[in-house]
Write a protein that binds this ligand. Sequence first.
Ligand SMILES: Cc1cc2nc3c(=O)[nH]c(=O)nc-3n(C[C@H](O)[C@H](O)[C@H](O)COP(=O)(O)OP(=O)(O)OC[C@H]3O[C@@H](n4cnc5c(N)ncnc54)[C@H](O)[C@@H]3O)c2cc1C
Length: 590
Amino acid sequence: MAAYRVPLKDMQFVLYHQLNAPQGWQKLGLDEVDSTTADAILEEAAKLVQEAIAPLNREADEAGCKFVDGQVSSPEGFKQAYQLFCDGGWGALSGNVDYGGMGMPKSLVSTVEEMVQGGCMSFGLAPMLTSGACLAIDAHASDELKNRYLPKMYSGQWAGAMDLTEPHAGTDLGLIRTNAEPNQDGSYSISGTKIFITWGEHDMAENIVHLVLAKLPDAPEGSRGISMFLVPKFIPNAGGELGERNAVHCGSIEKKMGIKASATCVMNFDQAQGWLVGEAHKGLQAMFTMMNYERLVVGIQGVGAAEASYQNAAEYARERLQSRSIDGPKYPQKPADPILVHADVRRMLLTMRALNEAGRAFYIYVAQWLDAAKFSKNEEEKTLAENMVALLTPIAKAFLTDRAFDAAVLGQQVFGGHGFIREWGQEQHVRDIRITQIYEGTNGIQAMDLIGRKTFACKGALLLLLADEIESYIESSVTSETQRLAQNLKEALTLAQQTTTFILDAAAKDKNTLGAAAVDYLDLLGYVCYGYMWLRAAVAAGSIEDKELAQQKSLLAAFYMERLLPELDVLAKKIRSGAATMMSMQDDWF
Ligand SMILES: Cc1cc2nc3c(=O)[nH]c(=O)nc-3n(C[C@H](O)[C@H](O)[C@H](O)COP(=O)(O)OP(=O)(O)OC[C@H]3O[C@@H](n4cnc5c(N)ncnc54)[C@H](O)[C@@H]3O)c2cc1C
């Protein structure tokens, strides 16, 4: 089994050449970040992941978490690795500097997130949820709550959890029953049961800060009546030290298909003391700050784990000897050729790599828009960035994870039967990545968000922003060597725009067109976005010193355009078939 190695060279290629991140940081006034600082961060993070986190992945999956008398114990080694993570200040990387954070741009921090997730997804979920909770607290909580909680959460001393789901309310959070009664002192008593709460209870941090969705007594019906509350496991005293144990307890943990080393908890709130975050009844909007962050990081999780699957598969393909190459032996001194010589095995490995590397570039690209939305002083640029983030977030969550799952299945296939058994570690990637397509809003719901709110509601205006950017990039940057790839991308963009027009017209007559087309439409835009990333990679390859790396990037770009981008034609055709057939099956025929 290959030990996970952080793909530093690929990350640096994206940051410094393909997407010119340092130029962006400078433009946003982030003077303390340049490629030297970034390299130091990347190299240190890679060391931590390779030495302390990735080695835990396999055995922690075997051992899982333990639940005894309401206490959750994390797998052996997690506490120590978490401590190292905290000691290195990694939890503070993107935090608000006013509360002890380092204020680093997301376009840099996201690569560290990929490393951690590539090393061990189950472990990575703990800091990921803490960072997301910090973002929501920073954006919506009172100064008093921020002062009390953020420094300890950035340091990792206290962890975060996100408590939305209830047994009868998953996608439709308007149905939640957890309630909040106001107390005399301005706090609230929270009662109810939440399920599937990742790291809702554990032994890695001394306190766990739950962000909980609940309804106030005067709440309007449905999703307009949801409020967000901060509910700590231990209530801090006035000095900020741990005080009384709060009435929030873990009832059990789930047995599950993947990410077995993370605890998925039932959390019972029995008049637990909590504090309102943001405005009453506006909790869902406030929670979206956390959810949008988590959605991008879930996409990053997919890329990280699919990269680990690729590395394992490529090593196996170099070593496994089976059959001779179809056009004559390539390694006649060996009893058979390594399977790497066979075109079909190359197809699988190159598909994985083309998807993974485009996924990496794409999440960094989305993170650049997030940075512009956060740091830009120019209102017009800020608005553009917010619109781009709105359009691209569902694609980043769903397309990255769907393609990561495809890649992991291919990685398993490269191993033949050995990919199905535990020994080689490939089946764990398939099991682990599977959840990324489900949690943080299923990929079907991401697709509905993209086609409904982000396309139909604005009559395709957001897509025009992306199309403008791609067209102006092609006009300004394409070289004679990349002309053919640019032509492929132009055609793809035209097809995407024509398909969008079809959807807007058809949905005006029949709303079910949206649901019927949603997933294919998200994939269609996803393939265009990855095409854009590969064009930029091919252009960047023309100007780097490392000629071998440049050649690899150019070949991968060509492979993507020849072999993967044509999926678009099928998707467009499926979308044009409309909704009539699927909606004509009567309910009682299912
Ligand atoms: C391991 C794990 C960890 C998790 N961690 C957390 C956590 O930390 N915090 C938390 O709050 N939750 C967490 N969840 C919950 C997770 O986010 C939900 O399971 C997920 O959002 C889907 O909700 P559901 O399971 O209730 O499915 P449902 O909402 O019942 O959906 C079932 C199916 O119907 C489809 N569907 C539903 N509504 C629509 C619609 N309007 N249009 C089209 N299709 C629709 C869905 O796409 C899905 O395919 C976790 C879940 C798991 C399994």
